[in-house]
Design a protein around this ligand. Structure first.
Ligand code: C2E
Ligand code: MG
Ligand code: MG
Length: 758
């Protein structure tokens, strides 16, 4: 049971006991009172007794004096009761006690004293019982004293009064202590000693007063009585005045103390209020501080992280790299590796599926990176589709290569997003920490260079080598020079004849770009075309080529009627095919030169045409509407989807020279060529074979029914003057063996019947 519960149950028990006791006391007192009325001796009810009762009921209660700072009052009731004992016996005293106590209670209540209503009968009962007990004691005392006791003797009277006072005090104080201790739960002895013992004074004073009055009434004369009573009255009035003064003084002191206590309480409350306000202000300041710290952290996080993926940004990457480089310089055993990752074809995803899907792809890629790396590694997004990864504590670049390969394998797995199945490619370059690196930019640059090589070879990650750097720099220089090549007149066209394999007729030329660098000399197309494509320079260059070749063709078509249908084939890069303005560029060249649209042919490599088939189909169809011819170039090197192929509006199909290369001298059979040629025929396309270098290859192709041929055997790409000269000379383009009846392959794969040469 809790302490509070114990206290509560204790006070309930005490209250019950107190109530029982009160009821018992009231019952006993009522009996005593009735008994006293019936036993009142005859003759008692005279004027004297009536005066005493009236005095006790109306005057005596008003004469009581409250002692300063005490719960007791000096009253005349004890004196009156003792006097009644002496004059009228115990029964009269009991009746007087009842009336006087009742009147006193009523008077005190009306004067503002706090006496509960229920306590009035209890107080009356206690005083009745006290008087009755004192009466009993008196009887005992008198029977003990016997004949020798004479009240007229002063010492006997004093003894009697003392005994009465003692008995009265003892009984009334016992009752008071019992009730009080039951009320407040304090010990009976403590209560009696502290609160009740001092009331003995009133009994002693009362007994003394009663003795004096008794003596005066019985043995004194009226004058003596008047003098005594006057003296007592004066003394009483004086005493009352002093008591009143003292009480007032005490009252003032108490008021002052109360005021002081109130002021102190107010001050304490004020102080507590201030403390609360201070606490509140401190709390608010703390909250503001926390919010400030949080927004500072957010700001710091935003400054160092990519908002889309949550990865570190370039700045943070730089910070980490800087400290790792410093660590590595201080202690070469602390090594790290840097991966530069680029998502291949990301632009296509953005263009074809929209930026929302593009963003999601980046987020997915970021998550996959994090999943595959150690907690100490750092992944940063440093560009649109570019990421950098720092692998810490990887001792060798070979280990980094393994991690990069794992990342490559995982991220290139197809995944579905918004109803699309998406496959991304990755180009990963790796650079290992090296004492030569002083800044983050240097190591990132080398990882970037390696990434470009990985992109070119398209076969997983590439590890940076110094050779790569020089090639890369050379590439950058070339790109710079290429920018000015047209203006400097360094670009020129070569033309390679395309010949009909059935009749040896010249059907046209393929226009091939040549770059005669002012200091480096001739630079082959396979070195600069990719640079032109990557840098976007291929677009203005192709426009220039279209104009050049169409104007050239117009001139050549005029040389003779047999050349009026000559065709020129121009290579169109994938970059250009994706642009709608290609149509305008082509129209511009046709208008500028005045050649018929059907004498211009555009060559598009198979892989380019298939890359974005839907868009390619749309552009190719519009080109067809203009009237130009279309040729699929390098056929066999890409992975054509037949379903797309038959929808692409190509007029001719050019077999890649690697297939031509394999037949004839290398002894391989011509089945692949046969298949491609059949496919082209089924798709209603004419077939051109490129790279014909030997007569045997020529014979096989003629035998398989290939329509046209192009290759060193027939003619190498040549400059304008040379071609023009041959046009005027009306050169035979097919070799003499092919003109012979079958040549070395005459029997089996010789030219068909009807083959005629110009
Ligand atoms: P391509 O379009 O397939 O051009 C044919 C290439 O084969 C040319 O190389 C040509 O010189 C070469 N060739 C022709 N016959 C033979 C042969 O019998 N044997 C061998 N080994 N090669 C032969 P070139 O001129 O070096 O061009 C290489 C590639 O560069 C071209 O392949 C084409 O993709 C690109 N290219 C050339 N000029 C242009 C251009 O003006 N625009 C664009 N976009 N690309 C061009
Ligand atoms: Mg070509
Ligand atoms: Mg080709």
């Amino acid at each position: 049971m809790s302490e509070q519960a114990i206290t509560e149950s204790g006070s309930a028990t005490r209250e019950r006991m107190s109530n029982v006791l009160k009821a018992v006391v009231i019952a006993i007192a009522a009996t005593c009172f009735i008994y006293a009325i019936f036993r009142l001796p005859e003759g008692t009810l005279g004027l004297g007794f009536l005066l005493v009762l009236l005095f006790g009921s109306f005057v005596s209660p008003k004469l009581s004096l409250t002692l300063p700072r005490s719960k007791f009052a000096i009253s005349f009731s004890d004196a009156l009761i003792f006097l009644t004992f002496l004059l009228y016996g115990g029964e009269g005293a009991i009746i007087l006690a009842a009336l006087e106590t009742f009147a006193s209670c009523i008077y005190l209540r009306s004067s503002g004293f706090r006496i509960e209503k229920l306590m009035i009968p209890v107080n009356v009962a206690v005083n009745v019982i006290t008087a009755a007990a004192t009466y009993l004691f008196l009887q005992l005392f008198l029977s003990y004293a016997g004949e020798t006791f004479h009240i007229s003797k002063s010492q006997h009277l004093i003894t009697l009064l003392g005994s009465l006072a003692f008995s009265q005090f003892l009984i009334s104080s016992l009752f008071a202590a019992v009730f009080r201790s039951l009320d407040d739960g304090k010990s009976f002895w403590q209560t009696w000693k502290k609160d009740c013992f001092p009331s003995s004074m009133t009994q002693i004073v009362g007994a003394g007063l009663a003795g004096i009055v008794f003596k005066v009434i019985n043995y004194g004369d009226f004058v003596t009585a008047a003098i005594a009573l006057t003296a007592i009255a004066v003394a009483f009035l004086n005493y009352r005045q002093s008591i009143t003064d003292i009480n007032r003084a005490f009252g003032q002191v108490e008021d002052a103390e109360r005021a002081k206590a109130e002021t102190e309480r107010e001050r304490r409350r004020e102080a507590e209020r201030h403390a609360d306000e201070l606490r509140l202000a401190l709390d608010k300041a703390e909250q503001a501080n926390t919010a400030l710290r949080k927004s500072e952290q957010d700001l710091q996080h935003a400054a160092l992280h990519d908002s889309l993926t949550g990865l570190a940004n370039r700045k943070k990457l730089g910070d980490v790299l800087r400290s790792l480089i410093a660590e590595n310089k201080a202690d070469p055993s602390t090594v790290f590796q840097v991966l530069f990752v680029d998502i291949r074809g990301f632009k296509n995803i953005n263009d074809s599926l929209g930026h929302t899907i593009g963003d999601k792809v980046l987020v997915i890629a970021a998550k996959r990176f994090i999943r595959m790396l150690n907690p100490g590694d750092v992944v940063a997004r440093i560009g649109g589709d570019e990421f950098a990864i720092i692998l810490r504590d990887l001792k060798t670049v070979e280990k980094a290569f393994k991690v990069a390969s794992r990342i490559h394998a995982s991220l290139t797995q197809p995944f579905s997003l918004g109803g699309h199945t998406i496959t991304i490619g990755l180009n990963i370059g790796i650079a290992s920490c090296d004492p030569e690196y002083d800044t983050p930019e240097e190591i990132l640059r080398d990882a970037d260079i390696a990434m470009h090589f990985a992109k070119e070879k398209d076969d997983g990650p590439a590890i940076f080598t110094k050779d790569m750097r020089s090639k890369f720099l050379e590439r950058i220089h070339l790109e710079n020079d290429l920018r000015h090549a047209i203006d400097r007149g360094e670009l020129l066209m070569h033309y390679q004849p395309i010949v009909s394999l059935t009749d040896g007729r010249l059907v046209g030329f393929e226009a091939l770009l040549r770059w005669h660098h002012s200091t480096l000399g001739n630079i082959p197309p396979n070195r600069f075309i990719s640079i032109a494509e990557d840098s976007g320079l291929i677009l203005p260059i192709t426009v220039w080529i279209l104009h050049q070749t169409c104007r050239q063709l117009a001139e050549w078509q005029k040389i003779g009627s047999e050349y009026s249908g000559l065709i020129v084939s121009v290579n169109i890069s994938g970059k250009h095919l994706s642009k709608d303005f290609l149509i305008d560029d082509v129209l511009g060249a046709l208008n500028d030169s005045g050649v018929a649209p059907q004498t211009l042919k555009l060559e598009i490599t198979e892989s380019t045409a298939m890359e974005n088939a839907e868009h390619s189909i749309a552009i190719l169809k519009r080109l067809k509407e203009i009237g130009v011819q279309l040729s699929i170039d390098d056929f066999g090197t890409g992975y054509s989807s037949l379903s797309h192929l038959h929808r692409l509006p190509f007029d001719t199909l050019k077999i890649d020279r690697s297939f031509v290369n394999r037949v004839g001298e290398k002894g391989e059979d011509a089945e692949v060529l046969q298949t491609i040629i059949s496919l082209a025929k089924n798709l209603k396309m004419r077939v051109i074979a490129e790279g014909i270098e030997t007569t045997s290859q020529l014979a096989v192709l003629q035998n398989l029914g290939c329509d046209y041929g192009q290759g060193y055997l027939l003619a190498k790409p040549k400059g304008v003057e040379e071609i023009e000269e041959q046009l005027y000379k009306r050169t035979e383009w097919l070799p003499a063996e092919a003109i012979d009846t079958g040549g070395e392959y005459g029997e089996s794969v010789g030219p068909r019947e009807g083959l005629s040469l110009h």
